[in-house]
Design a protein around this ligand. Structure first.
Ligand SMILES: [Zn+2]
Length: 100
């Protein structure tokens, strides 16, 4: 066996063994429990999702965690919001024409 997750710097692509090896490995390691922390408390609900903790291209097991569907949805939308805000912050402030 060679290769693994080394050199996986292709964008937005999951490794070939994501569904056959990586994902089951992470779910099993985390005992199929959501590892998301809400106010410092681990969620702990049954997890069926695997989330990238950091870079979405970083598929190392230590950079992955099991999440329940709810937490994954929340986290994904939070990242979307953060990205939107990052874009907005780079632009000069503009007045809202419709602001009353
Ligand atoms: Zn959860």
């Amino acid at each position: 066996m060679s290769g693994g997750w080394a050199g996986s710097n292709r964008r937005h692509e999951l490794p070939a063994d994501w569904y056959t090896r990586i994902r089951p490995f992470v779910l099993q390691r985390d005992e199929h429990r959501c590892r998301n922390r809400i106010d410092g408390v681990v969620c702990g609900r049954p997890a069926n999702q695997v989330d990238h903790i950091g870079d979405r291209h970083d598929h190392r097991p230590e950079m992955l965690q099991a999440l329940c569907a709810d937490c994954h949805g929340i986290k994904s939308s939070a990242q979307g919001n953060a990205a939107r805000w990052a874009v907005r912050r780079q632009r000069p402030a503009e007045r809202h024409p419709g602001l009353i």
